[in-house]
Design a protein. Structure first.
Length: 185
């Protein structure tokens, strides 16, 4: 859901009796910009207050006559649909320049998962722990053989890093064996 700060001027009928409150037509009122009746501009704090989406006339100052009408310009939060959405931005319109925008969203942190195989040939998918920076793949249990890593950044297709166990040529194995024998002596 997205809420934007909007500004509206509406004509309100002054309720009865004096020193009471007049309800504004929108909820989520943030502030009253101006209250005017004819040539009279009322002063916030001295003449009126904003109380729970209402113009509160309980201060001891001036107020419009009962049953007369007056104009109130105020700012409030209103739900809107996004004009455009991407993976990294939201565009909205209809709000007041410099006004606030509130939105709720969910996000996913980068994560590195591991694809493994067990001794029966069954594939296992191990999920890593998400992290904002440098996510690490999960440890491979001793009962599994690691085949590849899956790098998820959630902006596109995951990257697969084929870093599992590799075959060793007989020559490399023989060289390692000979090195171990030499070190033993």
């Amino acid at each position: 859901s997205i809420l934007v700060e909007k500004e509206i001027t509406e004509t309100i009928a002054r309720g009865t009796p004096a020193d009471t409150k007049d309800l504004l037509s929108n909820s989520g009122v943030l502030s009253i910009v101006e209250v005017v009746q004819g040539a009279t501009t009322y002063v916030a704090g001295d003449d009126y207050l904003l109380t729970a989406d209402q113009v509160d006339w309980t201060p001891a100052g001036a107020e419009p006559d009962v049953a007369s009408s007056y104009d109130v310009t105020y700012r409030y939060l209103d739900a809107v649909a996004a004009d455009a959405l991407t993976d990294t931005s939201i565009t909205v319109s209809g709000g007041v320049d410099g006004g606030q925008v509130q939105f709720r969203y969910t996000f996913k942190l980068p994560r590195v998962d591991r694809i493994c195989i067990d001794q029966n040939g069954q594939i296992a998918y191990l999920k890593g722990i998400s992290s904002r920076e440098q996510p690490q793949p999960p440890r491979t249990p001793t009962t599994l053989l690691a085949l590849a890593e899956v790098h998820n950044d959630w902006f596109g297709t995951p990257a697969i890093l084929n870093n599992g166990i590799r075959d060793m040529t007989f020559k490399v194995a023989w060289d390692l064996y000979n090195t171990a024998v030499e070190l033993k002596d």
